[in-house]
Write a protein of this length. Structure first.
Length: 199
């Protein structure tokens, strides 16, 4: 499962402090892995501006996180408390991984598409669609296709993460959108790894 944090920064907090604490380096539990930390760049895309993808063992892990955050140890953890004060966690979402490609790298340019897929659409069908779409687009690499678990995440419910070398490589991909795409996104945004985004 991937737990996605939808994050916005507090405009009253100095940006350098947000950048320092927003990388969430205070969280070091080996059971969880940060597999994507995205900041909207050049104002291209919807708000909130930041997304963190945490890979974990499943819904049972949520019980463990809640137990930790309610523990005396968490109350005394200054670094963790500072992180939570610096970032505005607007929403969370729980997602199944429908398709996975190469790991996200810190130096890439990323396009995140927000799209819907009804319950009648099988995960295998969704994975085939996006993998086929990726094969036909030079310069585009499919990193993830995520589908929310039930309604545990914001609409429209699914995310596709694509990586590109640069904007020049992204442009033909974005211009080539098919009018009859059954999983056409309702929105898309352009992102860099957290700390490399341009406001």
């Amino acid at each position: 499962m991937i737990y996605v944090e939808y994050i916005e920064r507090d405009r009253f907090l100095p940006f350098d402090i947000f950048r320092h604490l927003g990388d969430q380096s205070a969280w070091t539990d080996p059971q969880d892995r940060l597999v994507g930390s995205f900041g909207r760049t050049m104002r291209l895309g919807p708000m909130p501006s930041y997304l963190a993808f945490w890979e974990c063992s499943g819904m049972r892990r949520m019980d463990e996180w809640e137990a930790h955050f309610n523990s005396p140890a968490a109350a005394k953890d200054r670094a963790e408390r500072a992180t939570h004060a610096a970032i505005h966690l607007q929403r969370g979402g729980c997602y199944d991984v429908v398709a996975r490609g190469p790991a996200v790298k810190r130096e890439g340019l990323y396009l995140i598409e927000y799209f819907a897929a009804g319950p009648a659409v099988a995960d295998a069908e969704l994975a085939r669609h996006f993998k086929a779409r990726g094969k036909g687009r030079k310069g585009a690499t499919l990193n993830f296709v995520l589908r929310r678990i039930g309604l545990l995440g914001p609409p429209p419910g699914c995310l596709a993460v694509w990586s590109f070398a640069d904007y020049a490589a992204l442009e033909p991909f974005e211009r080539a959108r098919a009018a009859d795409d059954a999983f056409a996104p309702s929105e898309a945004g352009v992102y860099r790894w957290f700390g490399r985004e341009v406001l």
